[in-house]
Design a binder for this molecule. Structure first.
Ligand SMILES: [Zn+2]
Length: 340
């Protein structure tokens, strides 16, 4: 099993101590920025809870039936969709009968079947029934709901009942990168485990340990505003090249060498328009921070940052993407047009 990153280990250790001292709540909310590995920590904790013969320090043995069943599960992607649209390893039925996973289930009532955008009440009801059963391997039952903010209102209300009637040896863990979207009633009944961005140097060291070149690691960390998980994902997906392309495009618009409609079309020609706008917004923010001696420029760049984020939201609606982007690019040119 791979080592946890330092920021994951910090959270894991805290929860493990609470668990060992009998202070770990029935309901847990693992929250913090996306891509910091919250789910992985939840699964490691489940391993600790479910292992039948923990070794010194309470760590799972890796050899018992529970540990082996959990390993069997972790080798398969739980959201892998088979060609017929069914999940190869449906959520809620992992190899270990005492680990229950609830996520975006596949809706078979639509053709072709596709994952639902919300976690619905039937899933939570089924979870409640499962949680009421005796653990099959003795120690406990753990349910992980990920992403927690996908619970719709009815599902959240149903979950509240389960949270309000804690049963010993039953754990209900929610994973959420936007916990504010969860109902306050749910949040208040969960013990919070918060993931935070690590210090810059720690993030850099971690990226180097993942095998990235120092200069690229630095650039990615800059682009991701210090978020190592994001930087890693971007390095893997070649997003730095895209960021350079976006910067080049913005310079061309500012300097007048590129036409806004042509660039807008290029930006909207594939499924990365939203990502380009996000990168553009971040570039504007970085430039705003670098021009603090020029308050007018700082203000207009900050305003453009907001505008770019709003445009990104608009892309998810039915408006014509290229028209939204043209307006945004013309606004960028206006930001850089110097009076007189
Ligand atoms: Zn074990």
């Amino acid at each position: 099993m791979s080592a946890l990153a330092p920021w994951q280990q910090r959270v894991y250790d805290r929860a493990a101590t609470a668990l060992d001292n009998g202070r770990l709540g029935h309901g847990l909310l693992l929250c913090g920025p996306a891509q910091l590995g919250k789910r992985e920590v939840a699964e490691r904790l489940a391993r600790r809870v479910l292992c039948a013969s923990p070794v010194a320090g309470g760590e799972p043995c890796g050899l018992c039936r529970s540990c082996r069943l959990l390993d069997a599960r972790s080798q398969a992607d739980p959201v892998e969709v088979r060609p017929d649209g069914r999940l190869a390893h449906p959520w809620g039925h992992p190899a270990h009968p005492d680990l229950l996973l609830v996520g975006h289930a596949v809706n078979h009532k639509v053709r072709p079947p596709k994952p639902r955008s919300e976690i619905v009440i039937d899933q939570v009801r089924e979870l409640g029934e499962q949680m009421a059963l005796t653990p099959q391997y003795g120690r406990a039952r753990v349910a992980i709901i990920d992403p927690g903010e996908a619970l719709n209102t009815a599902a959240a209300n149903a979950l509240l009942k389960t949270l309000e009637e804690p049963v010993p040896g039953r754990y209900l863990w929610l994973v959420a990168s936007e916990p504010a979207r969860l109902p306050a009633t749910i949040r208040s009944r969960c013990q919070k485990l918060e993931f935070r961005l690590p210090p810059r140097e720690q993030a850099r060291q971690w990226l180097l340990a993942q095998g990235h070149e120092p200069a690229l690691a630095e650039e990615a960390l800059e682009a991701a505003r210090g978020h190592p998980g994001q930087a890693h994902a971007w390095l893997e997906a070649g997003v730095l090249e895209l960021r350079r392309e976006v910067a080049h495009g913005l310079d061309g618009i500012a300097g007048g060498s590129l036409a806004a409609p042509a660039l807008a079309q290029a930006w909207c020609s594939d499924d990365r328009a939203g990502l380009r706008l996000r990168l553009a917004a971040d570039l504007a923010l970085a430039r705003a921070a670098a021009s603090l001696t020029d308050p007018v420029r700082t203000r207009s760049l900050a305003a453009w940052f907001d505008r770019a984020n709003k445009a990104r939201d608009l892309l998810r609606t039915t408006v014509r993407a290229d028209l939204v982007v043209v307006e945004l690019l013309l606004a960028w040119r206006a930001v850089h047009a110097r009076p007189g």
